[in-house]
Design a protein around this ligand. Structure first.
Ligand SMILES: [Fe+2]
Ligand SMILES: [Fe+2]
Length: 135
């Protein structure tokens, strides 16, 4: 069963941003499925890398928009991104060195962080961009 299910409640109103969030959700679900299926560190590590890389790409996309439109809340939004990348990066380092495993707790953290961030912080950005004519 999928850990996160996309719904309109997660829509920011910006098509590309929504598409990228759907991709992030897909990767988190993939990681969760691989964990549930008992796959080894090779498979989990591959999905985890993809998730980290795509997260960095996605945050870059949002931050470019913030800069482009002079978004006032950009410092707090970017700080949330930085903290998350640090946390997930630290986890990946531990995982790669054999000192951490993908657990239910980690998966719940990823789910909660992403859905909260989208619902609050990303939606606020999307709404502001929407008023500026971005779709
Ligand atoms: Fe986002
Ligand atoms: Fe964001």
């Amino acid at each position: 069963m999928a850990l996160i299910t996309w719904s309109n409640m997660l829509s920011t109103g910006i098509d590309e941003q929504d598409a990228q969030h759907k991709k992030l959700i897909e990767l988190i679900n993939q990681l969760n499925d691989a964990m549930q299926a008992g796959h080894g560190t090779d498979v989990l590590g591959k999905v985890l890398s993809e998730l980290v890389n795509y997260t960095v790409f996605h945050f870059g996309y949002e931050e470019k928009l913030m800069d482009q439109y002079g978004y006032a809340d950009s410092p707090t939004h970017k700080a949330e991104h930085v903290k998350f990348v640090q946390t997930v990066g630290d986890f990946k380092k531990k995982f790669d060195s054999g000192n951490a495993v993908v657990s239910v707790e980690i998966m719940n953290f990823l789910r909660d962080w992403l859905t909260n961030h989208i619902m609050k912080t990303d939606k606020k950005l999307g709404q502001t961009l929407g008023t500026l004519g971005v779709k």
